[in-house]
Design a protein around this ligand. Structure first.
Ligand code: CS2
Ligand code: MG
Length: 402
């Protein structure tokens, strides 16, 4: 079969900023088949670009791109230094590019190689936010008008300067923007916001909320309990999860479903959480978790414990990483929901893609491979721009989780 004896002849990293930074690996083979992988790590992009260019690309020359599992293991074990977001984003980029090549050689969209479709389309959730209720309601209506069927609700808190987790022009400067935080004000305000949203939009609309690691376990337990009357689809990252036992405390106090793990990068980060069923959704993305190979294993591990997928899909995952995730979403049985923030027109031009969004659902398309291309000229016209995520401080100046 044509394409089975291909060899990798070149690989390069493209860092482009069509509004925000994306890191893309392109692998080329001697028969002209190419593959793309996403290695974007928001705020630390150049570290992954260097990891790839200086330490991984030289290893790829002459390799058989079909040996995906073996390549994954050799990059993971061969580095000696395990885990970590930079390493795992770099491995992810190679892994996805190899899956892209294999699927193109097979002449099949990637989901077919992952077992074929388990559903017809991929349910998503979108983001709504507002500093006050009228703005929040407008934002929810805008998402509903776009077709979204499930909505993440983020709200301003009286006394705090801005809605967290939402990009503003301030974030685009060179240095991190400093935001402010008050846990007491947040805990007092949020339940009332969900009550108002329920009253306005009715009992059926699935509502999600992202705490962004800002609470201690007992505070998270209280919030989960306070939100029970409003029937959340999930409460996300309610407490930093390096302390996995902390989730047991949250679990003991609330039946609000818990989602967690966008900052995790290996299955080992989830060991206690999944085995002891302390969460309901795993939030890792293909891009930050070592690729399709590793994320598939996490989802299979989670399935044993009736835990579902919920791939992280903010705008800082590139369309390449997004596409790879959508193929997995379509193929696995324990799919939960896919986050989809959408992209600017310019980003869609830099990364023309086969995946489509309509009526609140994504579909990966039927193009062989992952179905994404890179317009290199346009990418080059929008070079890397230094940008950081914000940092967060309490009113006495103490740094707090953002
Ligand atoms: C958020 C992200 O999408 C989410 O759930 O937590 O937008 C997160 O803030 C960014 O990915 C950070 O880079
Ligand atoms: Mg999140």
């Amino acid at each position: 079969m044509k394409g089975l004896r291909v060899k990798i002849v070149a690989a390069k990293v493209v860092v482009t900023s069509p509004g925000r930074n994306f890191v893309t690996l392109k692998i080329e083979t001697d028969e002209g088949v190419t593959g793309l992988g996403d290695a974007t790590l928001n705020g630390r992009e150049l570290a992954v670009a260097s990891y790839l260019t200086d330490h991984v690309v030289p290893l790829l020359h002459g390799m058989d791109p079909h040996r995906i599992e073996d390549t994954w293991q050799s990059l993971y074990r061969g580095a000696y230094w395990r885990r970590g977001p930079v390493t795992m984003a770099a491995i992810a980029a190679v892994d996805v590019a190899l899956w892209d090549i294999k699927a193109k050689v097979a002449g099949l969209p990637l989901y077919q190689l992952l077992g074929g479709k388990s559903r017809d389309r991929v349910r998503t959730y979108g983001h709504a936010h507002g500093n006050d209720l009228p703005h929040l309601f407008d934002s929810v209506r805008a998402r509903l008008a776009q077709g979204y069927k499930s909505i993440r609700i983020q709200t301003g808190i009286p006394g705090l300067r801005k809605v967290y987790g939402v990009r503003s022009t301030l974030d685009q400067g060179n240095l991190p923007v400093v935001e402010d935080w008050d846990t007491g004000a947040y805990l007092r305000h949020v339940p009332g916001v969900f009550e108002a949203v329920r009253n306005e939009f009715g009992p059926e609309l699935p509502l999600l909320h992202d705490v962004h690691h800002r609470l201690t376990p007992i505070q998270a337990a209280r919030l989960g309990k306070d939100l029970e009357p409003y029937d959340l689809y999930w409460l996300e990252d309610c407490t930093p999860a390096e302390n996995q036992d902390g989730l047991r405390l949250v679990r003991q106090h609330t039946t609000t479903p818990l989602a967690l793990g966008e900052v995790f990068n290996t299955v080992f980060d989830y060991q206690t959480l999944v085995q002891q069923q302390l969460i309901d959704y795993v939030r890792s993305s293909v891009t930050h978790f070592g690729g399709v190979t590793a994320l598939r294993k996490l989802f299979d591990f989670a399935a044993v414990h009736q835990i579902k997928s919920a791939i992280h899909g903010p705008e800082d995952i590139s369309p390449v990483g997004m596409a790879a995730g959508i193929h997995l979403d379509l193929a696995i049985h324990n799919f939960g929901i896919q986050e989809y923030a959408g992209y600017t027109d310019l980003t869609n031009e830099v990364f023309p893609h086969a995946f489509t969004f309509s009526d609140g659902y994504l579909h990966p398309g039927e193009t062989p491979g992952i179905g994404v291309e890179l317009n290199e000229e346009l990418a080059a016209a929008h070079p890397y721009t230094q940008a950081y995520l914000p940092v967060n401080r309490l009113h006495d100046g103490t740094v707090h989780d953002w």
